[in-house]
Write a protein that binds this ligand. Structure first.
Ligand code: NAD
Length: 261
């Protein structure tokens, strides 16, 4: 651990498990004060108890659904009031629903878009309103996916949503660059988290997933948190509007590794 984020106030959506929880651990370990969001207060309380307190200021729970405008207002109000400000926003919450695309329901498609796209937009808007008023050069890191680039059949809403957030990040990065507010994206490959229980818990499927990744293994949540940390820190002070793929080479067209001669 270090104190590289000492005095920094970080809000993380979807921090009750998986990558968001790893991000909360990362920022807390490096001295930040952290506000953790998720829908279930109880689950967040368990996470809160495990967060290290490296420098002053308590971590805070800000439960609420990020696809709802009113609850976003409350989440940001409580985060900013309790921590005394906000410097970094990690838009991590997201989910997916599998279905053959000819059977996809409007409710499922819109539900995924509401969290993965509208939720990100509303969180960015809330952060911007505060940062512009307070004169803070804030940083946003959005958790997208390799599926902003690689099509994901049977997950039409998810693919569409991750393509959309890439453009939200690039558009906002351009609009606010002159004011020193930075927006970047982390695009994970296959990571071992509860969202992937279907293959993580089945040795055969796990092997199938691992074998088509050039590095021959799925990633770990903390490997995504490390990349988020870089994009939220001063080490990336001249980087904005970019996607950092953290995917063990998944976006490298792995078939070309074979010897074609
Ligand atoms: P996860 O299912 O383990 O965690 C998702 C978190 O988001 C949970 O805390 C959940 O409560 C929260 N969440 C969902 N809907 C919410 C809402 N409406 N309001 C507030 N919180 C909500 O998933 P994960 O694997 O940790 O995924 C986190 C992010 O990483 C997602 O955006 C996902 O698309 C992305 N991602 C994951 C992988 C992977 O392989 N695990 C790969 C690429 C991208």
């Amino acid at each position: 651990s270090s104190k590289r984020f000492e005095g920094q106030k970080v809000l993380i959506t979807g921090a009750s498990q998986g990558i968001g929880e790893a991000a909360a651990q990362y920022f807390a370990r490096h001295g930040a004060q952290v506000a953790i969001n998720g829908r279930k207060e109880e689950k967040l309380r368990t996470v809160l108890e495990t967060l290290p307190k490296v420098s002053g200021g308590d971590h805070v729970i800000v439960a609420g659904d990020i696809s709802q405008e009113e609850s976003i207002d409350k989440i940001f109000q409580k985060s900013i009031e309790t921590m005394g400000g906000l410097d970094i926003l990690i838009c991590n919450a997201g989910y997916q629903i599998p279905s053959p695309s000819e059977d996809i329901t409007l409710a499922d498609f819109e539900g995924v878009m509401a969290v993965n796209v509208t939720g990100v937009m509303l969180c960015c808007r809330a952060a911007l309103r505060y940062w512009l008023k307070a004169g803070v050069k804030g940083r946003v890191v959005v958790n997208s996916s390799v599926h902003q680039l690689i099509p994901k059949p049977h997950y039409l809403g998810y693919s569409a949503s991750k393509g959309a957030v890439d453009n939200i990040v690039r558009t906002l990065a351009l609009e606010y660059a002159s004011r020193g507010i930075r927006f970047n994206t982390v695009a994970p490959g296959a990571i071992v988290t509860p969202i992937n229980d279907s293959w993580v818990k089945d040795p055969k499927q796990y092997e199938a997933v691992a074998s088509h990744i050039p590095m021959k293994r799925p990633g770990k949540s903390n490997e995504i948190a490390d990349a988020m940390g870089f994009l939220a820190s001063e080490e990336s002070s001249y980087v904005t509007g970019q996607t950092l793929y953290v995917d063990g080479g998944l976006t490298l067209y792995g078939d070309f590794e074979k010897n074609w001669s």
